[in-house]
Design a protein around this ligand. Structure first.
Ligand code: ADP
Length: 438
């Protein structure tokens, strides 16, 4: 009884991240562009109007200082979505746009470039508004804008976020405002810090996260009503749910809709193995043996419970491994710190539970271990989580190795189901004889 009670508590007291937290985590940890083999899909009001995409930043109507800023960030050429979006975003007369693509594909860079290139630095009043769902996300976007505007010192950015107080009647001189809907609303209505009729570009970022908070959605709609008809309106979303698209079309008049479908994960580049064990102690020994015989670069181990994760991390540390443990009730900041250390190679082994593993870029890791098989509430194999843990995307993913530790009785049938589901072999591995791995 005590045992079951413990397991129960152990599983439920790990809170999944909120959408906002998840979005921040993904953003902060994403060090590089997510590549794509998919084609960008475009829907326009006039399908006959020419559609062109660019392969270089030189082909775009950009001020020299901005182009230098872009190159200075290490961008050599536009990303897939930027190739199609940027010519339309920068065209005159301006187009309204709804763009959807997964996180990391270059949306922020695209709209920040648009914002900066539409600003007239000689006029000292707000001309561009960008709304984000949280203060942290607003700061992230601002940091990108400041970097890109490195050679445009006249361009100033104001942050409409909690804690940035303006006194009543104070007039803003910054050309760009980045912030959250609540504070921005105050700046318009209470402070009257700027004239919304002079706004030329309005950006709604992370609209899918935004509409999840009712207050944010309503405030965004209200802010939108203050803007002039000819203001360029842009909306970005990482997901393509019906309610997001409905909202998008209700707020963005006559938009060009562009979409880059998600690259599916697959097990194509992965060699999958299983090791039969009796109990945790033996699983630990198998893991330890593996380290003895093959050179494992970076490795992630997934455990079912916090208790198992903590126990294993203790055991592995005692064996002399540098271990990062990601489990339990930790803040987003702490998660980011642990994951950043791991990503920088400070630890080679990351032990985690499933809930905590969000935001990890699996593709940099060469070995993934399922210390426990992923299962759903009904003790059936959780295929989606399995794929998410060990899958790689398209042809960009490097080769990887996945090892499943299974208990002889209960787990073997589950493993068979996983094998059948994906139609790819999972071979048995003897960790005392690991020639097969080399
Ligand atoms: P999204 O907004 O879709 O999540 P970002 O604009 O934040 O994507 O870009 C993801 C990552 O890729 C960032 O680290 C960004 O600096 C980088 N990036 C964006 N555009 C390019 C580009 N054209 N070339 C190289 N890296 C880029």
């Amino acid at each position: 009884m005590g045992y079951w009670q413990f397991i129960f508590v152990d599983v439920v007291d790990e809170k999944p991240l909120t959408k906002e937290e998840n979005s921040l985590l993904t953003k902060v940890l994403r060090a590089k562009l997510v590549q794509s083999t998919k084609e960008v899909e475009v829907q326009r009001k006039d399908p006959k109007s020419p559609l062109y995409s660019v392969k270089s930043f030189e082909e775009l109507p950009l001020k020299e200082a901005l182009r230098r800023g872009v190159y200075g960030m290490g961008f050599n050429s536009p990303s897939k979505i930027q190739e199609t979006a940027l010519p339309m975003l920068l065209a005159d007369p301006p187009n309204n746009m709804i763009a959807q693509s997964q996180s990391g594909t270059g949306k922020t860079a695209a709209f920040v470039l648009t914002m900066l290139s539409r600003v007239n630095p000689e006029e000292s009043f707000p001309q561009v508004i960008c709304l984000s769902p949280t203060m942290e996300l607003a700061k992230q976007t601002g940091a990108v804008a400041e970097q890109m505007a490195k050679y445009c010192p006249e361009v100033k950015i104001a942050y409409a976020i909690r804690g940035n107080r303006l006194s009543r009647g104070e007039k803003l001189t910054s050309q760009i405002i980045i912030g959250t809907p609540g504070t921005l609303m105050d700046w318009i209505l209470k402070v009257r810090a700027f004239d919304p009729k002079k706004i030329r570009v309005f950006v709604l970022d992370e609209a899918d996260v935004m509409i999840d908070t009712q207050g944010h959605k309503d405030q965004s709609v209200r802010i939108h009503k203050f803007l002039p008809k000819d203001c360029q309106m842009l909306l970005f979303s990482a997901t393509y749910e019906e309610q997001v698209m409905k909202f998008a079309e209700s707020i963005i008049p006559e938009p060009i809709v562009i979409r880059l479908r998600r690259e599916e994960e697959s097990l194509e580049n992965i060699r999958q193995f299983y090791v039969v064990c009796t109990g945790m102690e033996q699983k630990f020994e198998s893991l330890s043996n593996m380290y003895g015989v093959i050179s494992i670069g970076q490795c992630i181990v997934f455990c079912h419970t916090r208790k198992a994760a903590a126990w294993l991390s203790e055991k592995m540390s005692r064996e002399g491994h540098s271990v990062a443990l990601l489990s339990g009730e930790i803040t987003v900041e702490q998660r980011i710190a642990v994951l950043n250390r791991f990503r920088a190679g400070k630890e080679k082994l990351l032990i985690t539970t499933n809930v905590c593993a969000r935001g990890i870029d699996i593709e940099q890791v060469s070995v993934v271990i399922n210390f426990d098989l992923p299962m759903d509430r009904f003790n059936a194999p959780d295929f989606e989580t399995y794929l998410h843990r060990i899958g790689r995307t398209g042809r960009f993913g490097r080769y990887g190795l996945a090892v499943n530790f299974v208990n002889e009785g209960r787990d073997l049938p589950l493993l068979k189901k996983i094998e059948e589901h994906f139609g790819r072999p999972i071979e048995e591995l003897n960790t005392n004889d690991v020639d097969a791995l080399e």
